[in-house]
Structures are given as C-alpha cells and as structure tokens.
Write a new protein. Structure first.
Length: 174
C-alpha cells in the first residue's frame, strides 16, 4: 500500500480546516499502537491559530507517519510534543509545526537521509513513510525537515502555507 501511495500522482482536494483537529484525530486513530504503553501527546500552540487550506486526507497521512515513528521511538513511556507558530514561508503566511519525541533521537546521517525513498532504520518497514510525508508537504508548497528536538529526541518540522497556491476553477473569472 505504501509503495502504491508513493508512486501514485498526488491530487490534492483543498479544504479549510483546523489543523489541530486533523492531528488529534490521527493521534486517537493510533490508540491501538500505543496500547499498554504510557505515551502522551503534549501540545503547545497559541490560542486562535489560523485555519489552513489543506488536503485533509493527505495531511492525515503525514501525521500518521510521523506519530507512528515517534511512538516507536518512545518505547514504553514517553511524550510526543507538537509546537505551533505562525511563520512566513516563501513570502506567504504559514504554520510551523515542530513534532518531537523524547526517544533516542536521530543521528545527523539519518536526518540527512530520512526523506529518501526506501531509507529506513527499522527492521520492518518500507522506508517510504517519511518520503511520502515529503511529497505531500511539497505538493502543498510547504516544507519538512528533520533534526533534534528540545528534549533530545527527534524533531520533524512541517511548514504549511495557510492558503493553497493551486489555482481553482472560478479564479480570475474563469
């Protein structure tokens, strides 16, 4: 399924939404993965965060892939943290999300390759999860990067424009 998803063209259906509702839904959808483990979600986002125009289904894939990796890294007891801020990206209003865990972190050589197709550090895995995340963020005219979090674990930063740059029928009177 991941290979098919990676190889297929990305067609986005933009809808305005509260991005936090999307990541919270995916966190709940992963309850079975966290079963019998003490892993919690912490959020540090200012009140009144603006809504984004995104493809909700694709962004669910993004959060699912990142959260699965974070949960795996935390082991039996840990915390996954989402930090939000309004930023400018390529001259446009955007949201920055820093998703970090308190696992062992990623070595610099892993950070450099984590978005490459078929690169994995896991025994079982296709190595496509983070490559798919990269493709989806690129299709949204955003960006994704990997590094170390403030608590020493891994951190993935997503930058997502607030408004779609994709032209729609009806724009400019057409």
């Amino acid at each position: 399924e991941e290979v098919r998803s990676y190889a297929a063209p990305i067609h986005l259906e933009f809808r305005e939404c509260d991005l936090s509702a999307v990541w919270r839904k995916e966190w709940e959808n992963l309850a079975a993965v966290r079963r019998d483990r003490r892993i919690r979600l912490a959020e540090f986002c200012p009140a009144g965060m603006p809504r984004c125009e995104i493809d909700i289904h694709r962004m669910e894939q993004v959060f699912r892939n990142i959260f699965e990796n974070s949960i795996h890294a935390c082991g039996e007891d840990g915390c996954v943290t989402v930090r939000c801020a309004e930023v400018t990206h390529d001259g446009r209003a955007a949201l920055s999300l820093r998703i970090s865990d308190n696992g062992p972190g990623m070595k610099p050589e892993v950070c450099a390759r984590v978005f490459e197709p078929f690169f994995t550090t896991k025994q079982k895995g296709t190595g496509l999860g983070m490559a798919i995340v990269h493709r989806i963020l690129s299709a949204h005219a955003g960006s994704v990067s990997a590094g170390s979090g403030v608590e020493g674990g891994a951190e993935i930063q997503l930058v997502i424009p607030l408004r779609s740059v994709v032209r729609r029928l009806g724009d400019n009177g057409h």
